[in-house]
Design a protein around this ligand. Structure first.
Ligand SMILES: C[S@@+](CC[C@H](N)C(=O)[O-])C[C@H]1O[C@@H](n2cnc3c(N)ncnc32)[C@H](O)[C@@H]1O
Length: 330
């Protein structure tokens, strides 16, 4: 039993590799209309039948494909989440996370030396691929349900102009502008994410209501006329000093009575009883993103927000283990 557990851990990465390969090869799209045999799939991929056959059978055990007779078709998981252009597609996110393959292979070195290692630094993927998969992956996460939760648990009625700080592809601005017909948004981020946002906005017909602002949190001003600021999945990337400085600039960017919404992708309650996934994400944060980042407690976040000048603090734990913190400028 104990040895089985060790074996599962040892071979576990082959499941991840198979999922990644199937996405890159486009297998789920190939069989989306009708199930195909291994022979037909290998022909369409121009690939070796013996290898294709072996991969397909593994994907069946991973519940990503279903086999009926000699034919392979998509499982409901693949149908819902692994077909590009479907609204809940997760393939970009999976590619982004697995782009860190070589970084994790160097985990022992990271543990000794400290500091993150980005996939374009070790050559596993190039920088444009890294940014594409990262930012489209964030879009996958927003549109698989997080944007709906954000809309359900906030009220932007009567608000006119939102700053989406570190808004990446503008995913939450898109969803909120769709939900509130009079809302305008500014997505502030680095140059590379905004290139992806610029490609996406016309698909939602929102180029006129969402502006893109290339800026650096640490060097640039954010503007002064917002009545809402959204900060989603940002603050845990930074040190105490950096996070507090960002919140001070956010406070200054808001009009009196302005609303602050902080969204974080971990539960902030009971940090001493972290789940396995919280521990995975904590290690991912420092190995893959930011040495000074940290999984923060509710108390720390509350202190940062209140010390920046905000009042009427509200903390909302969402059903999917993510968190909203809402506060107002006096
Ligand atoms: C984890 S993503 C969050 C994206 C989006 N808000 C979401 O919730 O999906 C962090 C974002 O912060 C941006 N970012 C990180 N450091 C930044 C900086 N110094 N200035 C501007 N943007 C930055 C990244 O480019 C990235 O788009």
């Amino acid at each position: 039993m104990k040895l089985d557990k060790l074996r599962d851990m040892t071979y576990g990465y082959i499941s991840t590799a198979s999922l990644r390969a199937a996405i890159k090869l486009g297998i789920f799209s190939l069989v989306k209309e009708q199930p195909l045999s291994a022979y037909e799939i290998s022909n369409r991929l121009n690939a070796n039948l013996r290898y294709v056959n072996s991969l397909l059978h593994l994907l069946v055990d991973l519940e990503l494909l279903e086999k009926k007779g000699d034919l392979f078709g998509n499982s409901s998981i693949a149908n819902d989440f692994l077909i590009p252009d479907k609204p809940k597609y997760q393939g970009d996110f999976i590619l982004h996370i697995t782009n860190y393959w070589m970084t994790w292979a160097h985990l022992d070195e990271r543990i000794i030396a400290g500091g993150p290692e980005f996939p374009y630094e070790n050559g596993f993927v190039d920088a444009p691929t890294y940014w594409h998969d990262y930012i489209k992956g964030r879009h996958n996460l927003a549109f698989v349900g997080q944007a709906d939760l954000l809309i359900q648990h906030t009220n932007l009625e009567g608000r006119a102009k939102m700053l989406d700080l570190g808004g990446a592809a503008g995913s939450y601005s898109i969803a909120l502008c769709q939900a509130y017909a009079h809302l305008q948004a500014v997505v502030l981020d680095l140059k590379q994410p905004l290139e992806i946002a610029a490609e996406l906005l016309p698909k939602y017909d929102l180029e006129d209501r969402i502006n893109l602002m290339a800026a650096d949190f640490h060097k640039d001003e954010f503007g002064r006329d917002f009545d809402v600021v959204l900060i989603s999945a940002i603050l845990r990337l930074f040190s105490d000093e950096e996070g507090r400085n960002i919140l001070k600039k956010v406070y200054d960017s808001l009009l009196p009575g302005g609303l602050l919404i902080v969204q974080e992708f971990t539960p902030l309650e009971k940090p001493t009883q972290k789940s396995f996934m919280d521990k995975v994400l904590d290690l991912f944060l420092i190995v893959g993103h930011a040495q000074k980042g940290s999984d923060r407690s509710k108390e720390e976040m509350r202190a940062w927000i209140e010390d920046a000048g905000f009042c009427d603090f509200e903390f909302i734990g969402l059903p999917n283990q993510t968190t909203l913190m809402i506060a107002n400028k006096r």
